[in-house]
Design a protein around this ligand. Structure first.
Ligand SMILES: [Zn+2]
Length: 342
């Protein structure tokens, strides 16, 4: 696949930053949201003249492509693909961000190399098997109003001792394969499993195999809230819902909202991170059903809902955008208020 790099670089960075969840002042300044930079004071700003950005806190800077790479820890080519698919291609494009077409002599085609990292369901499944949910994880999930049925249905696990698991994983699979599966980070004292001790483990299940994992911390601290395999884009969460009978599929943002929607009796799938897109094969599975969209009540959520609505409508799929009561920020807030948990 080839990209029109100049067109991609001309996609307005303010729009992309907003869609990625940055909340910026009219001048384009605000808190950095890059993974690993818990920004206490606003140190991030856009550079309108160059359509770029700069963060004084974590020292990252660059183009709209670098912004997407940093936000989702992905390589150059997947970031270009994401920008192209979301803003420049056919039905999915946002008309407001459509850049003027350049003459063909001005284009810089880029060939996409397949990423050296790939999903490894055998390792992900093995990690889940080694990581049974413990009392701290279970009580966190109960505080979020999730029942034992929901906890079991999603096969939620919990990392035990990271160092023990790491040694055992190295002995079983070897470093090269663990690294290829995106599971290795460079720690202070050498390479390390990317999932910390005690973090909850959410498997992305598809026909019985674990195609991705996300780990989340079990307290309410904001720093390092979640970890995913490096350089591999998350697929939608709970795609198994598409195989279940029911007139309506609900699309929501993130894992917690999927669990909440399941708890409320819906058939939900969840979009995560910067890849918040539905692939054509998934859209095919939605034909003949109704789709309800629950997204966060922020600019990024509204942008996502609009993009999805347009893409699905183009395939003749009817879409209802659902709004939560104003006091609820997300589906989990709503679930907890219904269950009387504050
Ligand atoms: Zn930063």
């Amino acid at each position: 696949m080839k990209f029109d790099l100049e067109r991609i670089k001309a996609i307005p960075i303010a729009t992309v930053a907003s869609d990625l969840g940055f909340v910026l002042s009219p001048k384009g300044a605000g808190r950095c949201r890059f993974p690993g930079h818990p920004d206490q004071r606003p140190s991030f700003s856009l550079r309108p003249a160059s359509n770029g950005f700069n963060c004084f806190g974590c020292q990252r800077s660059g183009s709209v492509i670098d912004l997407v790479m940093a936000m989702n820890s992905i390589d150059f080519a997947p970031a270009c693909r994401w920008l192209n698919d979301n803003y420049l291609s056919g039905n999915g494009a946002l008309s407001r961000s459509r850049a003027p077409r350049l003459k063909s002599t001005e284009t810089l085609p880029v060939s996409v190399q397949p990423s050296s990292h790939r999903v490894d369901p055998e390792i992900y499944g093995w990690i889940l098997d080694q990581s049974p949910l413990t009392e701290s994880g279970r009580s966190y999930l109960q505080r979020r109003a999730f029942s034992a049925e929901t906890i079991a249905h999603f096969q939620i696990g919990q990392i035990g001792d990271r160092a023990t698991l790491w040694r055992s994983a190295i002995a079983t699979f070897g470093m090269a394969r663990l690294d290829g599966a995106g599971l290795v980070i460079e720690g202070r004292y050498g390479p390390l499993l990317c999932f910390p001790s005690q973090y909850l483990l959410f498997p992305f299940l598809q026909d019985g195999s674990v195609v991705y994992l996300q780990a989340r911390r079990t307290d309410d601290q904001k720093q390092y809230r979640w970890f995913c395999p490096a350089k591999i884009l998350p697929p939608p969460f709970n795609l198994d819902a598409l195989g279940k009978p029911g007139p309506t599929i609900t699309v929501c943002e993130g894992i917690t909202d999927v669990l909440s929607a399941h708890e409320l009796g819906m058939l939900p799938i969840g979009l995560l991170g910067a890849t918040r897109e539905l692939e054509p094969q998934i859209i095919d599975c939605l034909i003949g059903r109704n789709v309800a969209i629950f997204t966060d009540a922020d600019p990024a959520g509204r942008g996502l809902a609009k993009r999805l609505r347009d893409r699905l409508a183009a395939r003749g799929i009817s879409v209802v955008t659902k709004n939560l009561p104003p006091e609820a920020n997300d589906l989990n807030d709503y679930l907890r208020s219904r269950r009387g948990i504050t």
